[in-house]
Design a binder for this molecule. Structure first.
Ligand SMILES: C[S@@+](CC[C@H](N)C(=O)[O-])C[C@H]1O[C@@H](n2cnc3c(N)ncnc32)[C@H](O)[C@@H]1O
Length: 518
């Protein structure tokens, strides 16, 4: 493992300085400012004189190489002479590790021939990506983009993906990033292995700084608190979050099936949408609730911690219909403290165990993890009471802080506008749960838009995705829209596949009735 030897970066510059009476320093520096004064970032050109309190040393530019000051224009030299007695002395400037930029240091550390990493700001002040520049590979200008290191700074956590060939330098690289960005960056982590767990949370090793992954990031004016080690977060999806939310209108009802910590849900709620946001990871739901509170949109977001299929089934269940197989009934036994938005004073772990404990009580299907918000319990327990409760709550919300008329009442079984399915590795597999979910009899307004994220390899086609979706929905999708989100590997891209739910997916009670008699 390569260690960082700070002394290697020490450099001594032999310069000249003018010993100048303190009271004349301003006049002398003014004269020398036209290129004769030392001009280096973070280095002061005027320093104390170790021999006398009454004087200062005005350090000259490295361009001035002789003590007779022959490098200075005659006119400037004459003015200087008129001003004071010229006393030129040698001056040694020592530049240490702390002086050099991360870029300069890494150039020295990394193997010869490696491109030097450079900073690229990707989100205002909180997110920075560190990547290698394109390398021109042949005289025919074939450019190969070698992303060797990718660093995403999430407020105080710098996240690196160090490639295998640079692993022996990981500690040195981390130390440089830490030293050069402290206190803004307080933890440097490296992603290890591939993401295999269902919560899509990478494994990290802490390379420098404190072992604390709780941080805050900003996206389009919203603040997101998260524990980088416990929940999914990807700053590179910011544009996609913005793009999709820009399609939503105030008052739209959104179902976010794989909500994470809320990068679609929070801005949608900020826009005045009513959001039903779900995630299977209890830690994500904890931060989703925390973020809804931080951004003052918790009145617009209903949060759930369950499998996405169960979530959609619960949401679309008709009031008064059979609801034994899902955790709603049991969840209703809990106090609002158990269910409603996360408590800021709880640590993530505390909350995690809270959620699990509650889950333990409410599971009546071993594959189901379910927590309902108090509001949603009330919603689902009594359809009629829902409206009443909702208008009462709206008043309360208005009293609190929501400007305007507050969130309009929503009955998701009657209408919702958008379904967001951001689990690209397997969202397509969940499409079947949208078939037969919506009751034709109760539905009002246009059919919802489905935004299903997926990966498409270069060997695959959009038609393949479409046919898989047809099979899952058992219905034909007309006018699908494929939006390329980003390339995730040389032969693999992430897409957002958008379509209107086909009318054939609606459940027709008459047909059920007929079938039950046949
Ligand atoms: C790719 S992340 C997307 C999170 C968020 N929408 C975003 O854009 O950052 C997918 C999320 O789905 C959650 N998840 C995985 N399997 C799930 C399931 N069966 N039901 C509900 N959520 C699930 C994970 O915990 C993770 O937070």
């Amino acid at each position: 493992m390569e260690k960082l030897d700070e002394s290697k970066f020490e450099q001594r510059l032999q310069l000249w300085a003018l010993r100048t009476p303190r009271e004349l320093v301003s006049a002398v520096t003014r004269l020398l400012r036209s290129g004769y004064l030392l001009d280096m970032p973070r280095v002061k050109p005027v320093v104390e004189d170790p021999e006398s309190e009454k004087n200062r040393l005005v350090v000259l530019s490295e361009k001035i190489q002789n003590p007779d000051l022959s490098g200075i224009q005659e006119k400037v030299y004459d003015s200087l002479k008129q001003l004071c007695n010229i006393d030129v002395i040698p001056y040694t400037l020592t530049l240490g590790y702390s002086y050099w930029s991360a870029d300069h240091i890494l150039k020295q550390i990394l193997p010869a021939g490696m491109e030097v990493p450079s900073f690229e700001t990707i989100v205002k002040y909180t997110n920075l990506r560190w990547g290698f520049h394109p390398v021109v590979c042949s005289i025919f200008c074939v450019t190969l983009l070698l992303i060797v290191i990718c660093v995403v700074h999430a407020s105080h956590v710098a996240h690196l993906n160090i490639s295998d060939d640079l692993l022996s330098y990981k500690d040195a690289i981390a130390k440089v990033i830490y030293d050069k960005n402290y206190p803004r960056i307080q933890t440097v982590v490296n992603k290890v292995g591939t993401i295999a767990n269902e919560f899509r949370v990478p494994k990290f090793e802490v390379l420098a700084g404190k072992n604390d992954m709780v941080t805050e990031v900003k996206q389009y004016g919203a603040t997101f608190k998260l524990d980088y080690g416990l929940v999914y977060w990807n700053s590179r999806l910011e544009h996609e979050h913005i793009r999709l939310v820009s399609l939503f209108k105030k008052g739209d009802v959104i179902c976010d099936m794989f909500a994470g910590i809320g990068p679609f849900s929070i801005p949608a709620a900020q826009k005045g949408c009513i959001v039903y946001a779900n995630d299977l990871n209890p830690d994500s739901v904890h931060y989703l609730r925390t973020n809804a509170q931080i951004n003052k949109v918790d009145d617009y977001i209903f949060t759930y911690n369950m499998d996405a299929r169960v979530f959609m089934q619960n949401l679309l269940r008709l009031p008064g219909s059979e609801r034994k197989s899902v955790p709603q009934v049991e969840a209703a036994n809990y106090s609002s403290e158990d269910m409603v938005s996360g408590n800021e004073s709880l640590t993530s772990n505390e909350n995690h165990s809270d959620v699990q404990e509650s889950c333990g009580k409410c599971i009546n299907d071993s594959s189901v993890i379910g927590i309902m918000t108090k509001r949603q319990q009330e919603t689902s327990n009594e359809g009629d009471a829902y409206c009443q409760e909702d208008s009462n709550q709206t008043k309360k919300r208005n009293n609190k802080r929501v400007k305007g008329s507050g969130p309009p009442s929503a009955k998701p079984w009657e209408h919702f506008d958008h379904v967001v399915m951001n689990l690209p590795a397997s969202a397509l597999q969940f499409l079947d749960c949208l078939s037969g979910l919506v009751h034709k009899k109760y539905w009002t307004g246009p059919l919802p838009w489905i935004h299903c994220y997926c990966f498409i390899r270069s060997s695959e086609s959009e038609e393949l995705i479409l046919s898989e979706a047809h099979n899952k929905l058992n219905a034909k999708i007309t006018e699908p829209i494929f939006h390329r989100v980003r390339d995730v590997a040389p032969n693999k891209a992430m897409f957002c596949f958008t379509f209107r739910l086909p009318i054939e997916c609606l459940k027709d009670e008459t047909e059920d009735h007929i079938q039950s008699f046949s």
